[in-house]
Ligand binder design. Structure first.
Ligand code: ADP
Ligand code: UDP
Length: 255
């Protein structure tokens, strides 16, 4: 499949025009960034793993009736998606205190939250993606009340599905970030659908037995072993076979 011109290069992915109108080719890079781009490293193999893990998760969510932008994986680094108008918010769902909420509210990292908490941050790198409330979202028109409702409901359903999926492979889903977009149909209808990626770059995943971090905190906190951790997540999900001979799925190759 021939991809069209480059439309956008972000911190972790590059977007190209897709083969049909209304489609995009998303290319997953090996670049890792944190703290608003202040920390940067190229981690060989990360893009391939995120492409495969995100594909797997989006497929499972679609099986459960969640509307998403995902169409199909094209190769080891690229996937074909529906082009949407991204709602300029990051939706964060938290089950356990970690990262910014622990700092902000003085919670101990690892403390279970009273219930799943949904937060919104404005997608704005210059401002460091500040936390915003529904009042700000409505007042500034970043999303309408129906879209806010859709995002909350879909995020909580995604949380239920993914918490179960990861628990079944001995991984605790601590928190994660979602992005949503507007899909316009030819008859003028607009639908809120899940976009971007769901991968260890955008989730906190802790091994249930050992507490080991299997996510981007390995990079943020200089723990090392990021590719090994992401490979372990992919192996447990059954996406790739392990080095120890477990599983019979396809071998992960560089692409
Ligand atoms: P960033 O823009 O934060 O550096 P990435 O490198 O991940 O992040 O870039 C991917 C960009 O593509 C993000 O800005 C994201 O909002 C956008 N995006 C994800 N899915 C879609 C989609 N289906 N249609 C249009 N844009 C998308
Ligand atoms: N997250 C993300 N992109 C962002 C900010 C957060 O994917 O720009 C994810 C992050 O990986 C974690 C969750 O959202 O799984 C909550 O992140 P938090 O607010 O604790 O931010 P951080 O600790 O990274 O500052």
């Amino acid at each position: 499949m021939v991809k069209g011109r480059k439309l956008y290069e972000g911190k972790a992915k590059v977007l190209y025009e897709g083969p049909e109108p209304g489609t995009l080719v998303v290319h997953f890079k090996d670049d890792a960034t944190a703290f608003n781009g202040q920390k940067f490293e190229v981690i060989e193999g990360k893009g391939v793993l995120n492409n495969r893990i995100s594909e797997f998760i989006f497929q499972r969510l679609m099986d459960m009736g969640i509307p998403t932008h995902f169409i199909k994986r094209l190769n080891m680094r690229e996937q074909l998606v529906k082009k949407v108008e991204i709602i300029p918010l990051e939706v964060i769902v938290r089950n356990i205190a970690a990262g910014s909420i622990a700092k902000r509210l003085g919670l101990k990292e690892g403390e279970p939250l009273p219930r799943a908490i949904v937060e919104f941050c404005l997608k704005n790198d210059e401002l460091g993606d500040p936390l915003v409330t529904e009042e700000h979202i409505n007042a500034f028109g970043w999303a309408n009340p129906q879209e806010v409702d859709d995002m909350i409901h879909l995020s909580l359903r995604v949380n239920d599905i993914l918490s179960g999926l990861f628990a079944a492979i001995g991984i605790r889903l601590v928190d994660f970030k979602l992005e949503f977009g507007r899909e316009y149909s030819p008859d003028g209808m607009v639908r809120t659908i899940l976009a971007d990626e769901i991968s260890p770059d955008s989730c906190r995943l802790w091994d249930m037995k050992t507490g080991e971090k299997l996510d981007k905190d390995r990079f943020r906190r200089d723990l090392g072993g990021l590719v090994d951790a992401y490979t372990e997540v992919a192996r447990r999900l059954g996406i790739i076979s392990g080095n120890n001979g477990g599983g019979s799925g396809p071998k992960l190759v560089k692409g």
